[in-house]
Design a binder for this molecule. Structure first.
Ligand code: GH3
Ligand code: MG
Ligand code: MG
Ligand code: MG
Ligand code: MG
Length: 300
């Protein structure tokens, strides 16, 4: 572990740091709040051994400050010459996790560090499990592209960034044509395979890191194109229609072609959409028009 020793007295700082090294951890030291915050900015610290009585900002105050500023948890153990019970509970209230009185024995210090390390490991495992869950909740299981929840989050960020930079943002609502007939005639499994192929094709067709592809639901997909005016989105729509044509997925039950086709509705901040909701509404309307006008095409 990377252990930060905070103490205003050099003698104690060096002594405790030496113990920490001997126990087998990496020691960092700080003589007060300024150095401590500096180390915390530059190093990933796993535990702090914190003096209580220090000039300017004491150990309890510094602990509160650290807990406010750093969102992830790591253990903080106080080392103090004062062993009154009042002091102990103040330290825990300030955000500390344990308390040792000076002079500290190396065996005791080693045992406390080991116990805290166990808790810290559990916390880390929990954090990473939560992170994985959050990720999973944004991914569509069938197609492995981001789902609607992922889209909402993406759009929120993209909208902010684009507004800030005064750039155009375009959105594409994509819907497979006569997919009900596809499913009804080839079966649901074949339908699923088809959705995967379309999702892969859509993912491959975006080439900027800032673009996003999402499964909006059922056989509908959304592509978000930040920093892209309507002209760019039209170009992309044409390309996607062409790519699907090249894939040549047989659909004998489509009313307009012997191959699978899709229709696209486009919207852009250029045409006045002033919110994410409006952007989606406009794309939806344009999609409806593309369907009305015969499908296998895009409309703005
Ligand atoms: P349109 O050309 O007007 O878009 O007609 P459509 O048949 O594509 O549209 P409709 O909304 O009537 O039907 C969509 C169909 O998509 C219904 C359902 O059978 C199919 N579908 C939706 N989600 C899934 C899925 O996860 N897997 C499979 N296999 N099919 C799905
Ligand atoms: Mg002191
Ligand atoms: Mg649909
Ligand atoms: Mg429909
Ligand atoms: Mg459809």
């Amino acid at each position: 572990m990377n252990i930060l020793v905070v103490d205003d007295k050099k003698l104690i700082r060096d002594l405790v740091s030496a113990m920490v090294s001997e126990i087998g951890h990496q020691a960092y030291s700080a003589d007060g709040h300024i150095q401590a915050l500096e180390v915390l900015r530059e190093q990933s610290i796993d535990l702090i051994l914190m003096d209580v009585e220090m000039p300017e900002i004491n150990g309890f105050e510094l602990t509160s400050l650290i807990r406010q500023r750093i969102s992830h948890w790591f253990p903080i153990i106080f080392l103090s010459g004062n062993d009154s019970e009042d002091f102990l509970s103040q330290g825990i209230d300030a955000g500390g996790d344990d308390y040792l009185t000076k002079p500290v024995k190396q065996v005791i210090l080693a045992a406390k560090i080991k116990a805290m390390e166990r808790i810290a490991d559990m916390q880390k495992a929990l954090d990473s499990a939560n992170q994985k869950l959050a990720q999973l909740s944004h991914v569509d299981e069938l197609t492995q592209i981001a789902n609607r929840r992922g889209m909402d989050k993406f759009l929120e960020n993209a909208w902010q960034t684009n507004c800030r930079q005064n750039a155009e943002l375009s959105l594409m609502m994509i819907d497979i044509d006569y997919f009900k007939q596809f499913n009804d005639n080839y079966g649901h499994q074949e339908g699923d395979r088809c959705l995967k192929k379309v999702a892969d094709m859509l993912s491959q067709s975006i080439n900027r890191a800032t673009d996003g592809v999402f499964r909006f639901g059922g056989e509908e997909f959304v592509i978000v194109l930040p920093f892209t005016p309507s002209s760019g989105a039209r170009f992309k729509a044409k390309e996607i229609i062409g790519r699907l044509n090249e894939l040549a997925i047989i659909h004998d039950f489509s009313k307009i072609s012997e191959k699978l086709t899709l229709s696209i509705g486009l919207s852009s901040t250029e045409s006045g959409a002033d919110s994410v909701t409006r952007l989606i509404e406009q794309a939806d309307k344009a999609l409806y028009q593309a369907k009305e006008l015969g499908r296998n095409d895009y409309r703005v």
